[in-house]
Design a protein around this ligand. Sequence first.
Ligand code: COA
Length: 135
Amino acid sequence: MKEPIPTPSGEPAIRTIAMPGDANPAGDIFGGWLMAQMDLAAGNVAARRARGRCATVSVDRITFLQPVYIGDEVSLYAEITRIGRTSMTLQVEAWRRSRDGEEQVKVTDATFVFVALDQGGRPRVIAPSMGEVRS
Ligand SMILES: CC(C)(COP(=O)(O)OP(=O)(O)OC[C@H]1O[C@@H](n2cnc3c(N)ncnc32)[C@H](O)[C@@H]1OP(=O)(O)O)[C@@H](O)C(=O)NCCC(=O)NCCS
């Protein structure tokens, strides 16, 4: 029996198009551009949950699984997997889709940690949310 084609779960935090200016000298999309998109997606989800300013404090195990090409639609998924006192861990994935195709392919994943910040740029306690388990 044929294996089911993997698909991303949930809604993307952001979706964008890889443009020629995002390519490396070989013509594929530059990994640094993809990392920036992942950071934007995770930051968007983190700021919404923490109800305010957050900063990236660490990025772990970033893995580039497949290349991204000019013209690809790139969708960024970010899920909060842990909430601490002032920090949050997010699992972030990037998926590509050819401009003229339907199939989505996971291209990158990584674990990000964000810290909620106060106005002085110091760690701020994240207010609890109903039914949430902290670690
Ligand atoms: C984020 C920042 C304010 C944290 O300051 P700090 O003195 O390390 O703060 P603390 O030691 O109180 O740690 C705060 C939280 O971050 C977590 N943390 C700190 N460093 C971490 C790391 N390297 N990895 C994972 N978590 C980390 C701590 O565990 C703590 O989490 P908790 O409150 O949920 O238990 C400081 O490191 C900073 O300003 N960094 C620069 C952020 C930035 O500019 N990001 C963009 C990069 S371009």
